[in-house]
Design a protein around this ligand. Sequence first.
Ligand code: TYD
Length: 209
Amino acid sequence: MIKRGKFIVFEGPDGCGKSTIAKMIRNELLDIEIDCVLTREPGGTKTGEKIRDILLNKDNIISASTEALLMASARAQHIEELIKPSLNLGKQVLCDRFVVSSLVYQGIGRNLGINRVEKLNEFAVDICPDLTIFFDLDYETALGRRNIRKTSDRMEDMDDDFHYKIHEGYKRIYSEYKEKYNIIRIDSSDKIEKVFCTAFDKVKEILEV
Ligand code: TYD
């Protein structure tokens, strides 16, 4: 019998460093011959990546509820086409963002309400992360990291007030939902190697390796 893989999610505001750390963890796991896939939201499948293009293209006008529905649609496809089949094959699934992103960005950032966005996602989602790593860092550092990026997307282009709301939103979701989504918090203002080591230790604990 194949042992089902674990589902590990990386979360945090834009500029928190989660995508870099997720790649480092994927490479390290492959090095020690642990079969894993790294994927992302919105996206992860051909259809999901098309939805991502719509969501992140700065030329598109998208209402808050449309944004929440599109995020959930991409997620539904992702779960059915990639996440669940991979877990069933015994692969470890590493995912850059998941439901918590919708609770924070659409629920809090776009003022749709955490409960409404959670309800909407119930239609799309029938799995829960075994571990969600929240990369927390101070607002000024994240702002600095975002500002040195050469390109920005429709979400990153939002004003500072929005990003501040997202920043505070993550802290709130962490304190109120950590049990529900198995969230742990890591301080990501440290040097990248140190953040990686802390995150990798948590991943190894969950994978029992
Ligand atoms: P991300 O891939 O982290 O951006 P990048 O790799 O360019 O730094 O995420 C894309 C954006 O989508 C990000 O601003 C957060 C947003 N997002 C939501 O608003 N809701 C969601 O449910 C998800 C998954 C992402």
